[in-house]
Design a protein around this ligand. Structure first.
Ligand code: SF4
Length: 117
């Protein structure tokens, strides 16, 4: 089965408009990319899309703490991860880079503090 998707590469500010041909679940052709990073982006975005999660968690007696995933997470896991983070309260002091939740939702990716609190 063949499918054509139109996506925008977001790997750099050029924002190339990509036309991606997917054959039997595999990216078989990419057009519109000005460099090879566009091909890699198309493969990831069409077959296994990922996103870096950024949000905040509560701090006991303090302002919310900015946190993020150390690496991009599978897009279909973001909602579950956000639900987990909604229930998290940390206690200061927390240093930037500290692991807040290891291996969130079994993804193998840690949630870390973006700043200190
Ligand atoms: S294909 Fe290359 S030049 Fe175009 S947006 Fe992606 S990274 Fe930038």
């Amino acid at each position: 089965m063949k499918e054509i998707r139109h996506i925008t590469c977001i790997r750099c500010p050029m924002g190339c408009a990509l036309t991606v041909e997917i054959t039997d679940g595999v990216v078989s052709k990419v057009e519109g990319n000005l460099c090879k990073r566009g091909v890699e982006y198309a493969k990831t975005e069409c077959i296994n899309p990922v996103r870096t999660l950024t949000t905040t968690v509560k701090v006991q007696n303090g302002a919310p703490l900015a946190v993020r995933s150390r690496e991009p997470l599978p897009k279909d896991s973001l909602f579950r991860c956000m639900e987990v983070l909604k229930g998290v309260t940390v206690t200061a002091p927390v240093v930037a880079g500290a692991v807040i939740i290891p291996d969130i939702c079994g993804t193998g990716v840690d949630i870390i503090a973006s700043t200190s609190a």
